[in-house]
Design a protein around this ligand. Structure first.
Ligand code: NCD
Length: 304
């Protein structure tokens, strides 16, 4: 049985295949509208979510399947002290596939070990978020027509931002990809990622605090919010939250072909005035999230 806990579990061929399926779904959705008839997806969300949970649900509905689940820990037996392992064993009796988000790093991995049905990590603490990465890869593919030969700027909270961690891992497997890591000193990417991904693969990368200085070199700018819920104290959050605010003015050195991505939710880090810029692709990214999750569900359920 296959789960998706970490994006690195997928081969590049499997990623290509899912991008291909998603592209076919976009072109002829009606061909897919009955593929999961009779199947159920459970969304177990122990942490807040708008896009991830609803896109999983929309994906399953558009495949002709059904969904059940909960959207906060307080409304599940977790509030009574049930373990995630027991929760997934229970849910496996009702559903064919599970998407789980949890504030604890590693919780979906523990769940998968005890599950009788495929488990998808829909975000675990400040660790990983593989389905957002699939969304990002589909978006980059659709915008650029390639996943190689790209300079990607990551900006914001690179320490706690799980979408950044997973996307860095995924992009490290393509040829001639360079990273510019833009963050306050205190929110740089974790050491383990430098060691296990960037150094191990001899990736070209720079760390800087200067967003505008990096702008002219970028093919992709991946903005992120400062992850308030992962901070140990509110003072630090308040001090760092507005470190970067992308405005039309800050884009004046950017190339015409830049694509601006953001996993969303946005707080302050992209001014709404940027939304009208043709380079802003974060709402296209939202839509891509549904299509790639459809492709993932088909893959894990082994539906032809
Ligand atoms: C992200 C997440 O949950 O990690 N959101 C998402 O799934 N699109 C990003 C964030 O919360 O900042």
């Amino acid at each position: 049985m296959k789960h998706l806990i970490d994006i690195m579990e997928l081969t590049t061929e499997e990623i290509d295949e899912m991008i291909e399926t998603a592209t076919r779904i976009i072109e002829s959705p009606e061909e897919y509208s009955e593929r999961c008839r009779g199947k159920k997806l459970a969304t177990l969300f122990f942490e807040p979510s708008t896009r991830t949970r609803l896109s999983f649900e929309a994906a399953m509905y558009e495949l002709g399947g059904n969904v059940l689940g909960f959207s906060e820990a307080q409304s599940s037996s977790a509030a009574k002290g049930e373990s995630v392992a027991d929760t997934v064993r229970t849910v496996g009796a009702y559903a064919d596939i599970i998407a789980m988000r949890h504030p604890k790093e590693g919780a979906p991995l523990v769940a998968a070990a005890r599950s009788t049905v495929p488990v998808i990590n829909a975000g675990d603490g400040g660790h990983n978020h593989p389905t957002q990465t699939l969304t990002d890869l589909l978006t980059i593919w659709r915008e650029k027509g390639r996943l190689h030969d790209l300079t990607i700027g990551f900006c914001g909270d690179l320490k706690f931002g799980r979408t950044v961690h997973s996307l860095i891992g995924a992009m490290s497997r393509y040829e001639n990809v360079k990273f510019i890591l833009i963050s306050p000193e205190e929110l740089r990417i974790p050491e383990y990622l430098k060691k296990e991904v960037l150094d191990r693969k001899n990736m070209e990368y720079t760390e800087t605090t200067d967003l505008e200085g990096a702008m002219a070199d970028l093919d992709i700018l991946y903005m992120t919010r400062v992850q308030r819920e992962r901070f140990f104290n509110e003072q630090d959050y308040i001090r760092l939250k507005d470190s970067y605010i992308l405005t039309p003015d800050k884009l004046k050195n950017a190339g015409e072909e830049l694509s601006i991505l953001h996993p969303l939710p946005r707080v302050n880090e992209i001014s709404v005035a940027v939304d009208d810029d043709p380079r802003a692709k974060y709402f296209e990214q939202v839509l891509n999230g549904k299509f790639i999750r459809m492709a993932l569900i088909l893959k894990l359920l082994e539906v032809k």
